[in-house]
Design a protein around this ligand. Structure first.
Ligand code: PCA
Length: 327
């Protein structure tokens, strides 16, 4: 899908002829999975606009929101193979490929955004090296708001999750579901509303933002603010496509990416506060979880972290050590 067209319109219009003024224009596709109204999507749009402005239109990136080009689980591979030059995907969904991708989905490791950012710094060298081996380069990574529990019934302890049709998006959320005796079902964000409307799921763990984007209050009544982890999206670029750019355009992409990362983390915090209001206004009960529920989830979390460490080996341990030291 990569095109590098020679654009001579301007040259012709001003009468200078082709040879001197023709300039190359590169067009990229940017596959994303979340709706255009989502804050990651808005941040990506700003990134695209910044690149267009900095390169005076020489690098045109076309974002495709809402999983319209590829579904979320396909996006990483699409960038790897060059079927899309850029993509955004949810890191923890790829934990089976490399345990490092799941580090930011481990329960109760971080207590707030500041710690989530520190965990990211500890995780980043590993992420960069794995992605590089997969033919892509990390441009930026932005956190979702903290992950909390939505349910169609009251949840006061882990026992209340038993039998619940539990939407999952990662190996860890599936494992948690198993440990509490829920019924895990994998559903992509783009299909959430439909899964709720048809009764395929009755509860899930996700952010305030995703709850607001998908009007989850139309189907579910309870939100338990357990804030179990703060996972991230990653935006990557195909290495060959990036290498083919003139140096000035590469610099423009990196610069816009750094700005997008900073802006994205800031808007994530703001969006969390705003989305909680939206949920409340939509009729959802925002509830502080009981000590029993937090205690139960803490135990489940310990099992999950232990199992992750076993699978992640020395790199996983070094990552967590680096994070703990930086806290
Ligand atoms: N929303 C996305 C990923 C994490 C989040 O908060 C989802 O639920 O799929």
């Amino acid at each position: 899908m990569k095109r590098r067209d020679f654009c001579a319109t301007a040259a012709l219009a001003t009468g200078f002829g082709l040879a001197g003024s023709a300039h190359a224009e590169t067009k990229w596709d940017f596959a994303t999975a979340y709706p255009a109204i989502n804050f990651h999507s808005k941040n990506n749009q700003q990134f695209v606009d910044d690149v267009a402005a900095a390169t005076k239109g020489a690098l045109k990136i076309q974002p495709h929101f809402g999983a319209s080009l590829f579904k979320m689980p396909e996006i990483k591979r699409a960038v790897q193979t060059g079927n899309a030059q850029m993509g955004e995907f949810f890191l923890v969904s790829f934990q089976n490929e490399a345990q490092i991708f799941g580090a930011d989905g481990l329960p109760f490791l971080v207590k707030d955004y500041d710690e989530a950012f520190k965990l990211y710094q500890a995780q980043k060298p590993y992420l960069e090296s794995i992605l590089d081996k997969q033919g892509q380069s990390l441009l930026y990574s932005v956190a979702w708001p903290p992950q909390s529990i939505y349910s169609n019934k009251q949840i006061n302890s882990a026992a209340d999750l038993k039998g619940l049709k539990w939407r999952v998006y990662s190996p860890t959320t599936a494992r948690i579901g198993e440990l509490v005796g829920a019924q895990p079902v994998t559903i992509q964000e783009a299909e959430l509303s439909q899964a709720l409307a048809t009764g395929v799921i009755e509860g899930l763990i996700t952010s305030s933002a995703t709850g607001a984007d998908n009007k989850l209050y139309e189907h579910l009544k309870y939100f338990y603010k357990v804030q179990a982890w703060i996972p991230k999206n990653a935006v990557t670029v195909n290495k060959k496509a990036f290498a083919a750019l003139p140096k000035a355009e590469q610099d423009a992409v990196r610069k816009a990416a750094a700005a997008a990362e900073e802006r994205g983390w800031k808007s994530s915090r703001e969006v969390d506060a705003r989305s909680l209001e939206t949920l409340k206004n939509g009729g959802m009960q925002i509830i502080e979880p009981s000590a029993q529920l937090m205690g139960d989830l803490g135990k489940v979390g310990d099992v999950v972290v232990k199992e992750w460490l076993e699978k992640a080996g020395p790199d996983g341990k070094a990552l967590l050590d680096a994070f703990n030291k930086s806290k």
